[in-house]
Design a protein. Sequence first.
Length: 201
Amino acid sequence: MPANVPNLELENELKLMVRSRYGLIMLDSCEEERMLACAGRAAASLSLPLFSWSLGTGLKRSDYLKPIAETATLAQALERLRAEPSPGLYFFKGLKSCLDDSLNQAKLGETAQAFRQLDGALIACGDCASLPDNLKLSCATIRPAEPSRAEYQELAHNIYRDLNRRMPVKVELSKAEMERLLTHLNGLSLSEAEKVLTRAI
């Protein structure tokens, strides 16, 4: 079982898995937006485009406004990648919920195998151990560590900035109180921490 990967190393670990030709990389985290941001940094470092997919919206390149046509379902998106393979990191949101379908399983396995020959990978949140057996050969799991103190601080700054845009906000917390608050956030996901910080600010 792989150990939890510290946040500063997560991007490097992801790049290593891509270079090692794993066609499917699972990030064992429920924080999809945080993991998508990490995939974006890895893609930029590898000089690869980043794509994201979600059910209904379809496959979309991060620097394009419109999604790719006829990729709204998982089967359509995977079929497109098999027919027109292109280097890149492809982040699939909500992948696990689509894998009860045997057709989706088969297409994901075929596409993951194909990506072992390309510069890039399919990426999603979850754990290889929970995948059907036919998908495990092309899969690697990375277990990210909990958010760092710096991530909590950045989150607090962003929340304050966003609230201040809507209305003048005066932060009543002293520096020592903010430090104690950040300490109490340890172990929370960023989405959980956001709720706590919004109430506090």
